[in-house]
Ligand binder design. Structure first.
Ligand code: 6R9
Length: 566
C-alpha cells in the first residue's frame, strides 16, 4: 500500500497549473476535451488500452480501446460536420447508456459543438422544454425514444436533424437520418476544431425553485478540474477498472463518467441496466472493479438487501468507494465498512460547480456523516444568511459558499442572466445548500436552501411538476414538495386543489400521477397526491411550499407573518 498524502500535504502540493502541465496544456493554446480524452491518450502510447467495457442488461458486451474511442468519435464528429453542424451549436444526446452516448459526447466536442446530454427517461414535455430553451440543432437518439421526439418536433423549428443510431430498416421521416457508429466508414483523421479554454463545451440542465430548468454552460477549461479531482479524490491509478454508475444525463455521468476517467487514460466499465442488487454485485465481481463512484440512494437500496449478498460475490478487487448526490448518512458509511471492508467517501458538488468541491480524500480521516473538506484550490465556507459574511463559530448553520474562479465553474445559465446573478452575493457563489463547519474544518450538510426536491440524487424543480399538473383538466392549483422517503431520501408529493365539478378519487390520483410520469419522468412523478380545499399563500398570492414541506417532515414552520390563509 502506498503512502497517501495528508490533507495538509495535498493542500500545499496541488494546483490547477499542475493539472495544466500534466495535461500538456499551455494557456492560450487550443484546448479540446474530446481530443484530450482520446487522441492525447493514444499519443501517450495507450492506444491499445481499453477505454470502455460496456455491458447491457442481457449481458451482451462491447469493448473499445482508446484508439477505437479516437476513431469512432472522429467518425461521429465528421458525420455531424457533414450534416452542417457548426461550432457552438447544441447537439443533444438522448440515449440510454449505449456506447454511442459516451463516444458521441467526445465526438460532439471534437466538432466544437456543445454537448447537451438529457436522460432518456424524460418524457416529451421535459424533453421539449430543454430543447426549446437551448435552441438545439440536432438530437442523437434511439428508435425506442423516437416517438417522444416526433411528438414535439413540429414545435422545434431549430431542430434540423434527428439522428437515429439503431434505425435498421425502420422507415424514417423528415429531418430524420440514420447513423450506425460501428458500421460507418471509420474516420482515421479528423481535424479537431480548435476550441480554446473558454469555448462552450457542455450544457447541463438543472432544476431550481422558480421557472423551468436552467442550462448551466460549461467550457473546455473545465477539464482541468475534472482531470485533477478524478485523479486525486477518486484516487484513479493507471491499472484501475473504474465504474461510475451515474447516467450522463446527470453531471456526474459526464464529469466523472466520461471526462474525469478518460482524461486520466483510465479503463471504465458501464452497465446499461437499471438497479438490481444481485446484478450490480455480479457486475462488480465479474469486471473486477477497483474504484466505484455511486450515490446514497443506490447504497441504501443495497443496504436493504443486507450484507449476506455482497459476501456471496468476490468483491476483493474493490479498492476505493465514493458517493455523490445527496447526504451520505453515517450509517451508510458504517454499513459499507461491514459489507465491503471499506467506507464510501462522500463528495459534494453540483451541476454548476462542474467538479467535486468539498470531499473526503483517500488518506484523510473520515467523520461518518460529514462531507469532508474543500478540494485544494477551492475556497469554501459557510455564510451567515443575513450578512453573507462567513460564520466565525463552529457548529453554526449557514449557506455553503465558494469563491468564484475554479476552472470547471459554470460560466452562465443559458439565456438567464438574472438567474445567474442571483447565485452570487458579496463576492461568493451560493450553492443553495445549508451546512455547518466543525472545529477541524469539516463540512456537515444540513439541507437545501430552496424548494428543490432531491429524489434519489436527482434534483426536481417544483415549477416543472406544477406546470404539468396544471395541464390536467381537473387541477385548479398545485404545489409540489418533498416528502421524506427511506430509500430516495425525498420523493415528490403534490398538493392539489380541484376545479369545480371534480371530486377527489383514487382513480383521479392515479391518472394525474401517470400523466406526470409520462410527460416528465418517473422520478418527477408524485408518489402521493393530497387533494385539499386551498393552498397556503403569501399576501401577494405566492404558494408557500415551505409550510407544506415542514408538515411532511414534521418540522416547525417558523415565521408565518407573510402567509395569508394559514
Ligand atoms: C453532482 C450533483 C447538486 C445538489 C447540491 C446538494 C445535493 C450533492 C451532495 C449533496 C449532500 C452531498 N448534493 N452532493 N447533498 N451531500 N455529498 O449532485 O449535482 O444534480 O446539480 O445536485 O445535490 O443539494 O446542491 P446536482
Amino acid at each position: 500500500m502506498r503512502n497517501l498524502p495528508s490533507y495538509e500535504e495535498l493542500l500545499s502540493g496541488l494546483s490547477w497549473s499542475l493539472a495544466e502541465r500534466e495535461l500538456g496544456y499551455q494557456p492560450g493554446e487550443p484546448l479540446n476535451i474530446g481530443w484530450m480524452c482520446s487522441d492525447r491518450i493514444c499519443r501517450l502510447g495507450q492506444a491499445d488500452k481499453l477505454a470502455l467495457i460496456w455491458e447491457d442488461y442481457l449481458g451482451n458486451e462491447k469493448r473499445f480501446t482508446f484508439d477505437d474511442l479516437r476513431v469512432l468519435s472522429n467518425t461521429i464528429a465528421s458525420f455531424l460536420v457533414e450534416l452542417g453542424i457548426q461550432p457552438g451549436e447544441r447537439v443533444c444526446l438522448f440515449l440510454d447508456r449505449v456506447p454511442e452516448l459516451y463516444i458521441g459526447f467526445v465526438g460532439i466536442l471534437k466538432t466544437g459543438a456543445v454537448a447537451q446530454p438529457l436522460f432518456s427517461a424524460f418524457g416529451d414535455e421535459s424533453l421539449f422544454v430543454r430543447l426549446a430553451d437551448a435552441k438545439t440543432s440536432a438530437i442523437i437518439t434511439q428508435k425506442k425514444h423516437l416517438h417522444k421526439v416526433r411528438k414535439i418536433r413540429e414545435e422545434l423549428p431549430e431542430l434540423r436533424h434527428i439522428i437515429v443510431v439503431d434505425a435498421g430498416d425502420s422507415p424514417l421521416q423528415a429531418r430524420e437520418v440514420a447513423f450506425r457508429m460501428e458500421q460507418a466508414p471509420r474516420v482515421e483523421n479528423f481535424a479537431v476544431y480548435p476550441t480554446t479554454a473558454e469555448s462552450p463545451s457542455v450544457l447541463h440542465y438543472t432544476s431550481g425553485t422558480t421557472g423551468q430548468p436552467k442550462g448551466a454552460q460549461h467550457v473546455h477549461y473545465s477539464i482541468v478540474s475534472q482531470y485533477l479531482t478524478a485523479k486525486i479524490v477518486l484516487d484513479l491509478r493507471p491499472d484501475d477498472t473504474y465504474w461510475c454508475n451515474a447516467d450522463p444525463g446527470w453531471v456526474t455521468g459526464t464529469s466523472y463518467g466520461i471526462v474525469g476517467p478518460w482524461s486520466n487514460g483510465i479503463t471504465q466499465v458501464v452497465l446499461d441496466s437499471g438497479f438490481n442488487a444481485e446484478r450490480w454485485y455480479e457486475f462488480l465481481a465479474k469486471r473486477r472493479v477497483t474504484v466505484w463512484y455511486s450515490a446514497p440512494t443506490a447504497i441504501r437500496l443495497l443496504m436493504k438487501e443486507g450484507t449476506d449478498l455482497p459476501r456471496k460475490h468476490d468483491l476483493s478487487s474493490l479498492r476505493y468507494l465514493a458517493s455523490v448526490g445527496e447526504p451520505l448518512n453515517g450509517e451508510a458509511v458504517i454499513w459499507s465498512e461491514e459489507a465491503f471492508g471499506k467506507p464510501f467517501h462522500d463528495t459534494f458538488w453540483q451541476t454548476e460547480t462542474g467538479s467535486i468541491v468539498i470531499t473526503n480524500f483517500p488518506g484523510m480521516p473520515i467523520k461518518p456523516g460529514s462531507m469532508g473538506k474543500p478540494f485544494p484550490g477551492i475556497t469554501a465556507t459557510v455564510l451567515n444568511p443575513r450578512t453573507y459574511e462567513p460564520v466565525s463559530q463552529p457548529g453554526v448553520a449557514g449557506l455553503i459558499a465558494l469563491r468564484p474562479g475554479w476552472p470547471s465553474q459554470f460560466r452562465y445559465y443559458w439565456r438567464n442572466e438574472a438567474g445567474f446573478q442571483a447565485k452570487f452575493k458579496n463576492g461568493w457563489y451560493l450553492c443553495g445548500d445549508r451546512a455547518s463547519l466543525d472545529a477541524d474544518g469539516y463540512f456537515w450538510f444540513m439541507g437545501r436552501d430552496d424548494d428543490v426536491i432531491n429524489t434519489g440524487g436527482h434534483l426536481v424543480g417544483p415549477f416543472e411538476i406544477e406546470s404539468a399538473l396544471l395541464e390536467h383538466p381537473a387541477v385548479y392549483e398545485s404545489a409540489a414538495v418533498a416528502k421524506p422517503d427511506p430509500v430516495n431520501m425525498e420523493v415528490v408529493k403534490a398538493y392539489v386543489t380541484l376545479k369545480r365539478g371534480y371530486e377527489p378519487s383514487p382513480d383521479l390520483e392515479l391518472e394525474i400521477m401517470n400523466r406526470i410520469r409520462k410527460r416528465l419522468s418517473p422520478l418527477a412523478m408524485p408518489q402521493e397526491i393530497e387533494f385539499v380545499d386551498s393552498l397556503p399563500k403569501t399576501r401577494s398570492g405566492k404558494i408557500v411550499r415551505r409550510i407544506l414541506r415542514c408538515k411532511e417532515f414534521h418540522e416547525p414552520v417558523g415565521d408565518l407573518s407573510t402567509v395569508m390563509n394559514e
